[in-house]
Design a protein around this ligand. Structure first.
Ligand code: DQA
Length: 140
């Protein structure tokens, strides 16, 4: 199955960004782990952007391709009506993921615009959140 792994703002800084919260692995490390786990079971497209519109366009592309989406929208999770509308408009099957347990953090991280249009949400397991999302998409 085609799976697009879309990463939003500041996730390019993983490894140096607040390692106490986000861990020591870089985004490239997370990609490597995920590719190892997927093996031949999935064709992964792995992307990151700091720009909201890129994520909107990539969700459209995934929807059109019938690809599943693992989406860590970063802070756009908590702000972006545009990204939510992209998901419902493109009919993309999206699993929302977060490295950190957003519900154990500041209250502004408790609300997600994405969650109501996502198939499911996985948060708090570090890089394993991505692995769990992969398994969920492959099991569905
Ligand atoms: C995050 C959580 C968001 O609240 C934050 O803005 C991020 C990363 C996570 O993976 O834990 O950028 O999505």
């Amino acid at each position: 199955r085609d799976i697009h792994v879309l990463n939003g703002p500041n996730l390019n800084l993983l490894g140096i960004r607040e390692p106490g919260i986000y861990g020591a692995l870089t985004l490239a490390d997370i990609e490597r782990r995920l590719r190892d786990r997927a093996g031949a079971r999935a064709a992964l497209t792995f992307r990151q952007s700091n720009h909201e519109g890129d994520l909107v366009t990539w969700v459209h592309e995934a929807g059109a391709a019938g690809a599943g989406v693992i989406l860590n929208a970063g802070a756009y999770t908590h702000t972006s009506v545009a990204l939510r509308d992209a998901i419902s408009g493109a009919k993309a099957e999206v699993i929302e993921v977060h490295l950190s347990n957003v519900h154990a953090r500041e209250s502004f991280r408790h609300h997600s615009y994405i969650a109501p249009v996502a198939r499911g949400v996985i948060a708090g397991f570090g890089p394993l959140s991505y692995d769990l999302a992969l398994e969920a998409l492959l099991a569905a």
